[in-house]
Design a protein around this ligand. Structure first.
Ligand code: NOJ
Length: 577
């Protein structure tokens, strides 16, 4: 982990400003529900387990893996999109929201998988991709066919006779977010790729279509909804000219308009309140107020949100500092101590691997540093979201040349770098580290060919370290990342202090150790995490007279009175009361 001293300094200044003692109304904060108490496991379905030899993971593969999932101690699964799609963005371009892409199986397979989860007490969270659809969705085909088609207003169109639309940044398309369509001599809007036109949420018919889709899946028994890219659903539909450079803060300019809250209240009335389900938004706006406005319980909108500040750290090989890490988590915890609820995550399908990014994937430290990060994730307030393979410490894959990349995001960024005349060696070095393809490699089940993921040719190269990092090997080793994850999940599941307990940061400026307490009623627990690859010492009055650790990723506890020497990436939790 390299240190960025300037950033650390700024962060300390921010901590200083935010640290005024505050009375916490725990009564309100501990409004208990299953989606706060559970641990969520994210499955990227095409990479989990293939049962028909086509090289893509499928529903039957997940069904085969259910005992494994149950053994982890998780109680929710969020699965990335599996709907009918031309797969331009691996399924985030849906052409039919009620049909399943054959690569994953059929509706019967889905029902069997869902029933299997429910038998094991595991809830299912559906990925709802409705900021945009695919350009192959029937709605869009109709919409583009003529200016007076009844579906025209399902999307955003800019007639060419009004001149070129003002520049708008696209997250995937280096040429911007407006695409000219000669058929009706008009431009349509796409915040992501040109094959992902934005739906027009201003149109009540579009909203009713979405609620209908959500009800369809809730009637089947799904238990939650993850709202993809939802901040962008509300836009200033006059599409004005924004100041130069605005695209660097695109959420502020392109999304989170006040009417979003009207849509969400409507969605709550029409769907969420009618079932025992929750909805979580991807993104939490640009301010704490935005985030609270989305999730506070008295607003009756969403139930949870996840923000990007934690994964905005460490986007480049320069890494991050412990100062910024604990500042971000402490600040968010404080903002949600009394009201509202957020998700906690460090990795997902849009990011590189947990251990390669926040830990240390050198063989010497891979196990302990992943264990330390999982201890962190499972001991914070907020619902922990863990990503498939991180319970094993799966690592980034080395992909130094652009030819191997299939992800639209990586390819778009590469084209932009070429157009801007950037240093391509440097660009590829960064891409290799940060690309989301790192997080999409096949699950490593065992040391047989293709890691036991498929009998065919995997859609994506298996990480060559599968012979060492795999489920089967780790099952046999009590000290493995996997077995540590299970112990940690059990600890959280059995102790609400780790779910609802008040969080208090200790040793605010320690260079290596992240220390905090969690307190609920007469329980007070101490979490100690060494973020460095060296031994490091702490002194804490709380350590005096402490007894056995609740969990420890080493055999030793080097305690001497109120001081302690922590081993590289050691993670320990003690009970203090
Ligand atoms: C966010 C998703 O997580 C990402 O994978 C996708 O590419 C974009 N939204 C567009 O849907």
């Amino acid at each position: 982990m390299k240190k960025l001293f300037i950033v650390s300094f700024l962060i300390l200044v921010i901590i200083g400003c935010n640290n005024a003692p505050k009375e916490i109304n725990l009564e309100k904060a501990i409004d208990k529900t299953w989606w706060k108490e559970g641990i969520l496991y994210q499955i990227y379905p095409q990479s989990f387990k293939d049962t028909n030899g086509d090289g893509f993971g499928d529903f039957k593969g997940v069904t085969e893996g259910l005992d494994y999932l149950e053994s982890l101690g998780i109680s929710m699964v969020w699965m990335n999109p599996f709907f009918q799609s031309p797969l331009v963005d691996n399924g985030y371009d849906v052409s039919d929201y009620k049909e399943i892409h054959p690569r994953y199986g059929n509706m019967e397979d889905f029902d069997a998988m869902l029933a299997g989860m429910h038998e094991r007490g595991i809830k299912f969270v559906l990925d709802v991709v409705v900021n945009h659809s695919s350009n192959e969705h029937e709605w869009f085909k109709q919409s583009r066919s003529s200016r007076d088609n009844p579906y025209r207003e399902y999307y955003h169109w800019w007639p060419a006779e009004n001149g070129e639309p003002p520049y708008r940044h696209s997250l995937f398309d280096p040429e911007g977010a407006w695409e000219y369509d000669a058929l009706t001599d008009a431009y349509y809007l796409h915040t992501f790729a040109e094959e992902q036109p934005d739906l027009n949420w201003e149109n009540p018919k579009v909203r009713q279509e979405v609620y209908d889709i959500m009800r369809f899946w809730a009637d089947k028994g799904v238990d939650g909804f993850r709202m993809d890219a939802f901040q962008f659903a509300s836009k200033d539909t006059t599409f004005p000219e924004w100041p130069e450079g605005h695209e660097k803060d695109f959420i502020k300019w392109y999304g989170m308009r006040p009417q979003l809250h009207d849509y969400l209240k409507e969605m709550y009335d029409e769907v969420i309140s009618q079932y025992d389900v929750f909805a979580v938004s991807e993104g939490a706006g640009s301010t704490f107020q935005d985030a609270h406005d989305l999730v506070d319980s008295d607003r009756n909108e969403l139930q949870m949100a996840y923000h990007f500040e934690t994964v905005d750290m460490s986007r480049t090989p320069d890494g991050y500092t412990l100062d910024e890490f604990r500042e971000v988590f402490s600040r968010w915890d404080k903002a949600f101590a009394e009201e509202g609820w957020i998700a906690i995550f460090l990795s997902n399908h849009d990011n590189s691997r947990l251990v390669s990014r926040f830990g240390n994937d050198n063989p010497e430290f891979r196990t302990v540093s992943t264990q330390m990060l999982n201890t962190f994730l499972l001991s914070m307030r907020g619902t922990p979201y863990t990503y498939y393979g991180d319970e094993l410490g799966m690592t980034n894959i080395d992909m130094p040349t652009i030819e191997e990349y299939v992800d639209i995001d990586a390819i778009g960024k590469y084209k932009s770098a070429v157009a801007a005349g950037d240093d391509l060696d440097e660009f590829m070095n960064e891409l290799n580290y940060s690309s989301r393809e790192n997080g999409r490699t096949p699950m490593q089940w065992n040391d047989s060919e293709n890691a036991g993921f498929t009998n065919g040719t995997p859609w994506k190269r298996v990480n060559e370290n599968y012979t060492i990092i795999n489920v089967e090997a780790q099952e046999k080793d009590q000290n493995s990342v996997l077995n540590h994850f299970r112990r940690m999940a059990k600890l959280r599941n059995e102790n609400n202090v780790l779910v609802y307990g008040e969080y208090q940061l200790l040793l605010e400026e320690h260079p290596d150790i992240y220390a905090y307490t969690r307190e609920l009623g007469d329980e007070k627990w101490l979490v100690l995490l060494n973020f460095s690859e060296s031994n490091s010492n702490i002194e804490l009055p709380e350590l005096d007279g402490i007894d056995t650790a609740k969990i420890n990723n080493y055999d030793d506890v080097l305690l001497d009175g109120n001081s302690m020497e922590m081993l590289p990436y050691q993670a320990i939790i003690f009970s203090l009361k």
